[in-house]
Design a protein around this ligand. Structure first.
Ligand code: SAM
Length: 268
């Protein structure tokens, strides 16, 4: 297995911190099904399936869905959510860079917010291509954070400030996997045609206090590599910056979040 980031520590709080607001999950599912036009024979496949945020709603519509993930605890949470539901979802432990499936096994591939974590991301792309049938569609979502640096949303401003603070203590954010641009450039170089679809837009509800709480509770990967003493100092600095910058812990940081899917065709 290649170097990878364990999400075991997050399995209990993943859905409460990364869950989609009511109605949004259905919009994303509808968009995916519109893009793919599946039949009862269609087999979906997702790498980094996590707690099933994307998989379960599709499987609930009656489709065959296979997911893999390196985190046993994320998979346990997914299985817990499936109790009592009849479904065709198989979720098993596996690593993106060495898939345990035969060539030409699936009709639709998906990855959502995973490639930033996978160091052997080119190998993972090759593996996805291998297990997809010829003519399959691959749906790529890098993340839901708006990465428009010219017009940063508040999540991104907090994130940038946090990265500056931890770098100032000698703990810059380790880089594991790929950026979105790297993946899309690689796919284009491999002859794929790409189309961007915004599956859903919503206001993410956030205050300064809530955002600080998330950092304090270490629900974001950029704090996992810090020793506890450095983490405590960095949190104090972030709190100080936030109070000075926004003036109040109740300041409303809500901003628009988009679920963007890059539809990859002519590739598999
Ligand atoms: C941010 S979560 C996203 C989960 C899910 N795709 C979603 O959108 O809710 C990233 C997931 O990728 C998994 N992961 C990280 N590296 C992986 C790898 N090399 N192979 C398979 N899964 C991996 C993590 O364990 C985690 O469950």
């Amino acid at each position: 297995m290649t170097a990878t980031i364990s999400f075991d520590r997050l399995s209990d709080v993943y859905d409460s911190t990364r869950g989609l607001p009511p109605g949004i999950s259905e919009q994303i599912t509808d968009t995916i099904l519109d893009i793919v036009s599946p039949t009862s024979e269609t087999k979906f496949f997702e790498i980094g399936v996590g707690t099933g945020r994307i998989a379960i709603p599709i499987a609930k519509r009656g489709y065959s869905y296979t997911g893999i993930d390196v985190s046993e605890k994320m998979l346990s949470e997914l299985h817990r959510k499936l109790e009592g539901i009849s479904h065709l979802l198989t979720a098993v432990k596996g690593d993106a860079s060495t898939l345990q499936f035969a060539d030409n096994s699936f009709d639709v591939g998906l990855t959502v917010h995973v490639f930033h974590l996978v160091s052997a991301w080119k190998q993972a792309l090759a593996e996805i291509r291998r297990v997809l049938k010829s003519g399959s569609v691959y749906l790529y979502t890098h993340g839901t954070m708006d990465s428009n640096l010219a017009n940063p949303n508040h999540d991104l401003m907090f994130r940038q400030r946090w990265e500056d603070i931890i770098a100032s203590y000698g703990y810059p954010l380790p880089r594991y996997g790929a950026t979105e641009e790297e993946v899309l450039t690689e796919l284009r170089a491999q002859g794929a045609s790409l189309e961007t679809v915004i599956a859903a837009k919503w206001q993410s509800e956030l205050t300064v206090n809530k955002s600080l709480e998330h950092y304090q509770n270490r629900v974001y990967r950029p704090s996992w590599h810090l020793p506890d003493d450095v983490f405590a100092k960095a949190i104090d600095d972030l709190r100080g910056w936030a109070l000075e910058h926004y003036g109040s812990l109740d300041y409303d940081l809500s901003s628009e979040t988009k679920f963007k899917i890059v539809v990859v065709r002519n590739w598999a």
